[in-house]
Ligand binder design. Sequence first.
Ligand SMILES: *Cc1c(COP(=O)(O)O)cnc(C)c1O
Length: 410
Amino acid sequence: MITRDECRACDADDPLASLRQEFLLGEDEIYLDGNSLGPVSRGAQRCLDDVVEVQWARGLVRSWNNAGWMDAPLRLGDRIARLIGAHEGEVLVADTLTFLLAKLIGGALELRPDRHVIITDAVNFHSDLYIVAAMARTAGREILVKTIDRDDLDDHLDEDVALVMLTHVDFRTGEMLDMSRITGRVHEAGALMLWDLAHSAGAVPLDMTDSGVDFAAGCGYKYLNGGPGAPAFMYVAPRWHGVLRNPLPGWLGHARPFEFEPEYDSAPGMRAYVTSSPSILALSALDGALDVWDRVTMSQVRAKSLALTDLFISLVEESMPGIFEVVTPREHQRRGSQVALRHRDGYGIIQALIERGVIGDFRAPDICRFGFTPLYLRFVDVYDAVSILSEVIATSAHLDERFAQRLSVT
Ligand SMILES: *Cc1c(COP(=O)(O)O)cnc(C)c1O
């Protein structure tokens, strides 16, 4: 079994090691939940201070013009474009993910007026399932949402399918799907492809352009570290600019918002998908959080992510054989940046770990979920987390009756 000293040696060789200093993390905790809520960075803190004390306090309403507030949704979109393999002008930061999915689903349905089926994954994130059902109900024509086993997608692709919506990395299991292959198959069937990148952006290399993706959207508060409830981002392939309509239009997506015209005339490019006033405080935290990403490539991030998840899986299996089912795929090309361990007492295990300073989360019914974020996690953190997990299992600390009652956020 790999030793703690060998993990320290890996940290000494790690080209990303210095980035940890950019985050405000307690030395007595190991944070394995950056896939749910990324931590605060010095960059985010700096930008928030500036926006409050200078731009808002002194600039007041003038800052809409003078501090670049109006352009922030597109400027931040350009910063995220680099991380997802898109070009400038193809990504917008706005709203939160479920709202952006609504916009993309509603717009996409109008592009395939002769087709009446949306396909999604039966085990997709619940918010995605709720919003796709609601957009289908309000589409103005009969739309059938088919929730399928994603492995059978090919069997369901026919001339009735308007849109396929899938989440690229499964939020429970951490399985990553083959974006290029699936997008290609969907296009062969004449349908449009919408990818949810909630657990992909900042976690795995992506290439919207090469993969031929039509539409995508993802979170700002997970691997991008934009803060609790941070705005989300959406991608629209340039071939759909000026074609895909925003089904939730608002004044700031108008070509001339300050003419106050009664008729809607969409702005060009990604600005068309803006609805309301951007949340400048939230955008500035995300802006600062993105600074650290300018210092890494996604291939560096991916290499370390795979090394961390490989290490975690092998330490768990060697030190606790037979205790957990490793649900996350072993093959690198099918793995996101998290590891899911199945255990019937998963909730108690996560709570016992949190009491010992190892922060993961639990996803019903039986998944212990651990996110691995290469910007601030060390190899030695993985080693220590598994040692603490072993101690919990060995002492049955997770069976304590205090863990019988679940908290509202698990
Ligand atoms: C986290 C997550 C969401 C959350 O969306 P919000 O509307 O931003 O709260 C949606 N879909 C998936 C797959 C997620 O993982």
